[in-house]
Design a protein around this ligand. Structure first.
Ligand code: SER
Length: 339
């Protein structure tokens, strides 16, 4: 039997590249990718087919769906939170309209195949909005339902798309003739800031974590755009990929909701800097908080309560802060910049 086909949008991004490598190692899926920028040469052999194009192009999506029996969609393409504040309308277009195009495609694919296409969506801590640092401290670890009042366009987009996904799964065209046809099966993860040994993110607001580390590894000074006390949750990329694959494979009957927090560790910017300096004693890290970016970070929770994910589908991160640094990030980054 041929392997199920997985479509990955934004495959050339930070999560995408790690996901492609991991799926290739496991060898259980055939992967089709779409990204604005063509995939670098080394990732292409990992995939069945690569499309360079825009998710706003519905004809391209129809063409992809016509050529492949897509069983799973990882919809990773998005503009992150800082970029989204620079161009809110574009963020809305890509993050919301783009997602709608993918949901629509996955739904017609579900009808065509007569079974639910699984649709995996990375949401974010950006869906939360705490009014100030005092409230953030009081709130501590927040559950999925608390503080859903984001202050960024990106956060609003992610929160709304979580609802769209739930709607498509349970109610899409509930009045129409096709109301009993197969619908897609949407599953979202609310990720903390992600740190990868291979890539530095672009346009995010949690970027100070990865940027600090990658700058030190290259011997560059780093000006941190939040103060040393700023605290948000982070996760090592292998755990993020693991959580997506685990949620993908979870039995539908075990899922009590369509949206899950996943958490790993939660250092302050100062604690990240201290760890980086221990590894790279010459690292030059200074703080020059940007008022808006710092406010966005202050509006995100200190940590998120992921007990629902642990209970429903056995989520358990492999990397705490120390292990993430010592066993994954530092060796990976040393290798990256030695090339
Ligand atoms: N990492 C994202 C950002 O900073 C949040 O999900 O925008």
């Amino acid at each position: 039997m041929s392997k199920p086909v997985v479509l990955v949008t934004g495959a050339n991004g930070e999560i995408g590249r790690s996901l492609l490598e991991r799926m290739h190692q496991e060898g259980r899926y055939s992967v089709v990718t779409v990204d604005l920028r063509p995939l670098p040469e080394r990732y292409r052999p990992l995939c069945l087919e690569n499309y360079a194009g825009n998710i706003m192009d519905r004809y391209l999506l129809d063409q992809i769906a016509a050529h492949h029996e897509i069983a799973v969609v990882f919809h990773l393409a998005a503009l992150l939170s800082t970029r989204g504040e620079r161009d809110p309308e574009l963020a809305h277009q890509v993050n919301v309209e783009g997602t709608l195009h993918l949901l629509r495609m996955a739904n017609s694919q579900s009808q065509r195949l007569g079974r639910a296409v699984r649709f995996l969506f990375p949401s974010s801590i950006a869906v939360y909005g705490l009014p100030d640092v005092a409230e953030k401290k009081r709130a501590g670890r927040v559950t999925e339902e608390q503080w859903n009042v984001p202050i960024t366009m990106y956060g609003c987009n992610k929160l709304y798309c979580e609802h769209l996904g739930r709607y498509f799964t349970q109610y899409y065209r509930q009045l129409g003739a096709l109301s009993t046809a197969a619908r897609l099966d949407f599953r979202a993860l609310r990720f903390p800031g992600l740190i990868s040994a291979e890539t530095v993110p672009t346009g995010g607001t949690s970027d100070f974590g990865p940027e600090m580390l990658h700058a030190a590894a290259q011997g560059h000074p780093y000006k941190c755009f939040v103060g040393p006390d700023a605290r948000i949750p982070f996760m090592a990329m292998p755990d993020a990929v693991q959580s997506m694959l685990q949620l993908l494979e979870a039995d539908r009957e075990r899922l009590t909701q369509s949206v899950y927090n996943v958490s790993a560790f939660s250092p302050t910017a100062g604690e990240i800097a201290a760890r980086v300096k221990k590894i790279y004693p010459g690292a030059e890290i200074t703080y020059e908080p940007d008022p808006v970016r710092a406010k966005i970070v202050d509006s995100w929770p200190e940590d998120i309560d992921d007990s629902r994910a642990r209970r429903d589908w056995g989520w358990n991160p492999a990397y705490n802060f120390e292990r993430a640094m010592d066993d994954y990030l530092v060796p990976g980054i040393k290798q990256l910049y030695a090339k």
